[in-house]
Design a protein around this ligand. Structure first.
Ligand SMILES: *Cc1c(COP(=O)(O)O)cnc(C)c1O
Length: 402
């Protein structure tokens, strides 16, 4: 390896240097002569999006009303097999609204995995609640259900009214936000049983897992409601966008109302019946989404092919690809190479070498409890989150790389 971007590689034993070269070469072999720089996940658009965006501009229907919002919601709901979908400006806003609409109030605690994009924890704080971080499983980077069960036994009691209460802080543990990290489903069945036993709501953070299946059922259809994201780097994008998905029609109607400034329908009066949000997706963004949904099946197939190629190239003594969890079907949003424990100290040198070749691989998100604003948040010990943070490298995974 020619790069000495960090001290570890400068002094690395020859065998390690050889292993690092092998990893970089394997990644390059999968990417071939694709364009550089190659980002983690890049959107692609064509006529399907162009025609609809032009239609918005020419018709003047660019804002919070228009046929593409309805069409986009209907397409996503039918794709995942849910009754209702309510589109929003982004996934963070949708998470915030989902928490508030499910009765999360100031001072509640919400269980959040230590490994997630920061938006999950931020939405909890926006709702006035406290994120309470728990560890993840090495197999899929999602909440570790067995460990969570033991942890709740240690820290929580069931109050007379059925709520779970944190024995130390006295706060209600109102909900949990399992995240299907990189599209790999969390082990939902035992998690939902555990949550029910403790009277804790499950709000599915399915922002990375559109198209993933857990035991033949779509991620985004579990829990009291689910949240999707259509950010620019997600499998399907509206530029920025999010969605609440639910089978509960009354809940969906309330979500629509509250995120549309809680305005009561009337021909001319401005009557609002509660403090609402201005969180609805615009028609212009939804126009992109309608076109993108036509590509989703193709994207899923391409991403599965790409994952198989990474898996074949990266079955190395120095690490392996993060595997699809048993009994589930991942959308393979982002492929991840998991370094062997001995190779973890070379993670940044490998990242530096990849970046030198304009392959913009990334580490995991910094675990939530290590971020300054969440350092003093309540949490379990999270050794697996810390270990996986040290060992994972996210790889370019756009469908057109397959
Ligand atoms: C993308 C994402 C979100 C939502 O992000 P937005 O950019 O606000 O759409 C939330 N949680 C996770 C885990 C995500 O990856």
């Amino acid at each position: 390896m020619s790069s000495n971007a960090d001290g570890a590689s400068a002094t690395a034993p020859v065998a390690d240097l050889r292993a690092m070269d092998e990893i970089v070469a394997a990644i390059e072999s999968v990417l071939g002569d694709s364009h550089r720089p190659v980002h983690l996940h890049e959107p692609r658009f064509g006529e399907a999006e162009r025609q609809r965006v032009v239609d918005c501009v020419e018709s003047g229907w660019v804002s919070y009303a228009g046929k593409y919002v309805d069409e986009f919601e209907a397409k996503v709901a039918s794709f995942v097999g849910a009754k209702r979908a309510v589109a929003m400006v982004n996934g963070t806003a949708a998470l915030h609204a989902a928490l508030v609409l499910n009765g999360v109030v100031h001072g509640d605690e919400i269980l959040v995995p230590a490994i997630t994009f920061v938006a999950t924890a931020n939405a909890v704080v926006h709702a006035g609640a406290v994120p309470h971080f728990v560890d993840v499983a090495a197999s899929n980077l999602g909440m570790d259900v067995g460990k969570l069960a033991d942890y709740l036994d240690r820290i929580a009691v069931r109050g007379g009214d059925g709520r779970s209460i944190n024995r130390t802080t006295g706060r209600t543990i109102r909900a949990m936000l399992p995240v299907h990290v990189f599209g790999h489903p969390v082990d939902l069945d035992p998690l939902i049983v555990l949550a029910a036993r403790w009277g804790i709501l499950v709000i599915e953070d399915a922002t990375e897992s559109l198209g993933s299946l857990y035991k033949d059922r779509a991620c985004g259809t579990f829990g009291v409601c689910s949240v999707l994201s259509f950010n620019g780097n997600k499998i399907v994008t509206t530029g920025g966008g999010g969605m609440i998905v639910t089978d509960d029609e009354d809940f969906a109607a309330r979500a629509r109302h509250v995120t549309t400034t809680a305005k009561r329908p009337h021909a001319w009066n401005f009557d609002h019946d509660e403090v609402g949000f201005n969180y609805r997706l615009t028609n212009l963004n939804a126009a992109l989404g309608v076109g993108q949904m036509e590509r989703l099946e193709g994207y899923l197939a391409a991403k599965r092919r790409l994952a198989a190629r990474y898996e074949a190239a990266l079955s190395l003594p120095s690490g392996r690809l993060l595997a699809e969890p048993a009994g589930s079907r991942s959308n393979y949003w982002l492929n991840n190479f998991v370094l062997s424990p001995e190779m973890a100290r070379h993670r940044d040198a490998i990242l530096a070498e990849l970046h030198k070749r304009r392959i913009l691989a990334r580490p995991l998100w910094t675990p939530m409890h290590l971020l300054p604003m969440y350092r003093s948040a309540p949490r379990d010990a999270v050794p697996v989150a810390e270990d996986m943070f040290a060992r994972c490298i996210s790889l370019p995974s756009s469908p057109f790389l397959a």
